[in-house]
Design a binder for this molecule. Structure first.
Ligand code: NAD
Ligand code: ZN
Length: 354
């Protein structure tokens, strides 16, 4: 069972939330709130770890202190460093420091850092506990929760990975105070799509509650389908077109911006297929717009190119496949006629050129 509760933080009067990812003996808590990274020593002590390696992409004053003998390894966020060489380097640092599988690894950074460090922890001594301290909004609402870890190959993103659930996740809202505007949009795109895959109405809620609701939604889906056998696909709402837009724009669009436009499109496509009515189609546009996210296709991308890129999507085992809303809620819809997809894309509003 997944729970979301509000209780006073031991170390501060600020409100915070706890969400349980219920996976039997691999269950863990996601703590969300201002200052929650101060819970790290307690988490480490509960694990019985005597040493820690803290891998951090943030400056020293923002890096959490586990209060056990530690090695701090500085790293950088970004797709460029998210590779097997980085995993090897980390594991070698773990050996040098004498880290055992009874100790703990801590990640502190964006989703690229939590993914890379998570994979290193999964592989080191065939599995060493990891605690994530995600510092971007996207990493807090998505990447750090759910146990998927992966790095990139030159041939593509996230092609080498493992499922390795963290022992705890500390989503400290204090980190978000330094987040650039573009990275806010990146995370908000993921929050916006939660409206259509089972989150309660998040509109107008404080950020803490929006993050907690997004994490609660993901926790419930992961608890029901840890290893992507079915239900977990719905987390890819808005992502089929989103990924195609990222690629078609040479990654000029941030992931969450692509997902935002992809969510508007998913509403229109579900409408074109008669799965939802016009009111629900309009709701897709309105929710995304209320987050200040883009709702129109970029000027320069062609419909034909987008359709071609979507054919390459990893879910597309049977023609064009999308996660779409419908009378029974969202689900994977394979074999959608290309004509319908192209016509719906062509009817999307466009950003002005320039
Ligand atoms: N494992 C999963 O389930 C999962 C889910 C979603 C995404 N991901 C992965 O997550 C990655 C994307 O994560 P991301 O968007 O966080 O990217 P990122 O790690 O590259 O961080 C984005 C940017 O934000 C900056 N940043 C992070 N925290 C900051 C802070 N507190 N203050 C100022 N700047 C800060 C980083 O330096 C970077 O420039 C992708 O590699 C994606 O594949 C994984
Ligand atoms: Zn995403």
């Amino acid at each position: 069972m997944t729970t979301s509760t509000s209780s006073p933080a031991a170390s501060s009067a600020a409100p915070f939330r706890q969400v349980t990812v219920a996976l039997a003996e691999r269950s863990y808590t996601v703590h969300i709130g201002h200052g929650v990274q101060r819970l790290l020593p307690r988490v480490v002590s509960a694990l019985g770890a005597r040493k820690a390696v803290v891998v951090t992409a943030r400056p020293p004053e923002q890096t959490p202190d586990p209060k056990v003998p530690s090695l701090v390894v500085s790293t950088r966020d970004g797709e460029e460093a998210k590779d097997l060489a980085a995993v090897t380097d980390l594991c070698r640092r773990f050996v040098e420091f004498g880290l055992t599988r009874s100790d703990v690894v801590v990640s502190c950074g964006g989703g690229t850092t939590t993914d890379t460090v998570g994979l290193a922890a999964a592989l080191y001594h065939r599995g060493t506990p990891v605690v994530h301290v995600p510092t971007s909004l996207l990493a807090q609402v998505d990447a750090s929760v759910g146990g998927k870890t992966a790095v990139n190959l030159p041939e593509g993103k996230n092609l080498v990975g493992a499922y390795w659930q963290p022992a705890a996740v500390l989503c400290d809202l204090d980190h978000l105070t330094t987040l650039p505007e573009r990275e806010w949009r990146n995370g908000l795109g993921e929050i916006a799509r939660c409206h259509f895959i089972g989150a309660p109405d998040l509109d107008g809620l404080p950020l803490l509650d929006q993050i907690a609701a997004s994490v609660t939604l993901k926790a419930g889906i992961v608890a029901a389908d840890e290893r992507d056998a079915g239900l977990r696909h719905i987390l890819n709402y808005g992502h089929t077109l989103g990924h195609a837009l990222e690629r078609a724009t040479g990654f000029a669009l941030r992931h969450g911006e692509g997902v935002a436009i992809g969510t508007v499109f998913a509403g229109r496509l579900a409408g074109a297929l008669g799965r939802i009515g016009p009111g629900r189609v309009a709701e897709h546009h309105d929710v995304v717009a209320r987050y200040g996210l883009p709702t129109a296709l970029p000027a320069q991308v062609s419909v034909a190119e987008l359709v071609e890129l979507m054919r390459l999507d990893k879910k597309a085992t049977d023609g064009l496949t999308f996660v779409l809303d419908g009378p029974d809620g969202p689900g994977l819809v394979p074999g959608i006629p290309e004509d319908t997809v192209s016509a719906t894309l062509a009817a999307m509003p466009r950003e002005p050129a320039g």
